[in-house]
Design a binder for this molecule. Sequence first.
Ligand SMILES: Cc1cc2nc3c(=O)[nH]c(=O)nc-3n(C[C@H](O)[C@H](O)[C@H](O)COP(=O)(O)OP(=O)(O)OC[C@H]3O[C@@H](n4cnc5c(N)ncnc54)[C@H](O)[C@@H]3O)c2cc1C
Ligand code: FES
Ligand code: FES
Length: 498
Amino acid sequence: MARSAVRFVLDGQVIELHDVDPTRTVLQFLREDLGRTGTKEGCAEGDCGACTVVLVEVNRDGDDLSLKAINACIQFLPTIDGKELITVESLSPAGGELHPVQRAMVEQHGSQCGFCTPGFVMSLFALYKSNANPTREEIDDALAGNLCRCTGYRPIIAAAQAMLAATEGEDRSDWLRQPADSVQAPGERLAQLKALAHEDSLEIDHAGRHFFAPTTVDSLAALVLRNPDATLLAGGTDIGLWVTKQHRELETVIYTGRVAELAEMSVSSTHIEIGAAVTFTELMPVIIGQYPGLEELFRRFASPPIRNTATLGGNIANGSPIGDSMAALMVVGASLVLRRGDATRELPLDAFYHDYQVNDLAPGEFLERIRIPVARSAAIVQSQKWSKRFDQDISAVCTAYYLELDGDEVRHFRMACGGLAPIVKRAAHCETALSGQRWTEEAVERACAALQSDFRPISDARAAADIRMLAVQNLLRRFYHETKGDVESTVYTYGRAR
Ligand SMILES: Cc1cc2nc3c(=O)[nH]c(=O)nc-3n(C[C@H](O)[C@H](O)[C@H](O)COP(=O)(O)OP(=O)(O)OC[C@H]3O[C@@H](n4cnc5c(N)ncnc54)[C@H](O)[C@@H]3O)c2cc1C
Ligand code: FES
Ligand code: FES
């Protein structure tokens, strides 16, 4: 039996909502329905972090809780069903003591106009609860999704360090036994959320619009087949903006975030298998463990709150020409398991895109899993992201390489690029120019020339066409020099404190 009421926990109380507008955001609900205006709206598109809140959920084994910072401005309300929502007001009830995070922000002068402050506090709260001893780099990363336009970051980073120093020795990771920032007694929270996180599916009808949240892949497949025009919603980090920025009305939404099979991830002796609804935060350690050369790419993918909800399946299915994961997955030989009704088929990722926003999915078909070969020891795999800002920026171009050498001869070379064509695609002429050649500067120069036959880039706000081409050629040259040990193997540390 499907349920139609959305239920979640806020400050220890179960909130039950009926007749919810499926695309009402958590931020609209907090500010407009509850009058909880501590959570701010800066951009309404996941960029500034002013709306950061924390979600708590029962882990997969059902024996513990996990928490994550998210952007309330693009999170649709029905997607927090079964979870606990923590806002800045939850940390310190009116008239109560400040939370250590808030106290540190006050004492370190981490706020001026204050508009960004609740968002920073919530990102710091998530860090405080999940990392007992973060490095400076981890603090920078945790704050990558929060923008401040008047205080500057130095006092905020000082606050992060001070909050940790002030509570040194406390076991913050074991946060169930930490009632300090909860109105509940230890352990109650887990029991309460377990009781809420039902196995049943959710179905909402609101003013002629529909929202389905099935819990099994079979029921998802049947729903998608019956509703081929429905919008499949995963993390909503692309779709959220269709609603908040383009004001699109989504008639039928099918949410994949509660489908158990799509949240699974496994590693065999040949493949990493990733369900389409696995988030970037969850998959990053697994992919980086296999392919360390992709670390920079994934750590520069959006920000922690976006990565906490954004899925690999959403990135691939959205198919933006400047999407970041696809070039890397293409060069390592990833394939997609697509499902329509009961039938599945496997397709190489580099055959999935036909043209701008046109892919191989048939009506009623969806992406079920992504299959990535495990790393071969002889291969060098690397990806480079070129954007105007280091953190939280969309690529102007994004490149990826797969290189296997036999002595100094190229046995296999694959390269793929985003930002140079209407789709992310392999650089076929460039690959041919290097195949079987000696891995030398001269051969790489010939490959750079061949790139001109592979791509005809366009000019836009991010970069002019000729600059894009030159950038990609220079990135390939850089990759060559990295393999020769002439330059540091990553730019990640550039300008960042370790
Ligand atoms: C602030 C911000 C920063 C960002 N930074 C980056 C970045 O650095 N690099 C980058 O590449 N992207 C970036 N993005 C874009 C976005 O986060 C990614 O594309 C993300 O992976 C989308 O995943 P999602 O789960 O949120 O997808 P959703 O928004 O839920 O869906 C995206 C599309 O995929 C379809 N879809 C989802 N799941 C399936 C499925 N199983 N089968 C078929 N279709 C499906 C949806 O119908 C929709 O068309 C950013 C977005 C924001 C808001
Ligand atoms: S309001 Fe800017 S990220 Fe949400
Ligand atoms: S304190 Fe004003 S934007 Fe950060």
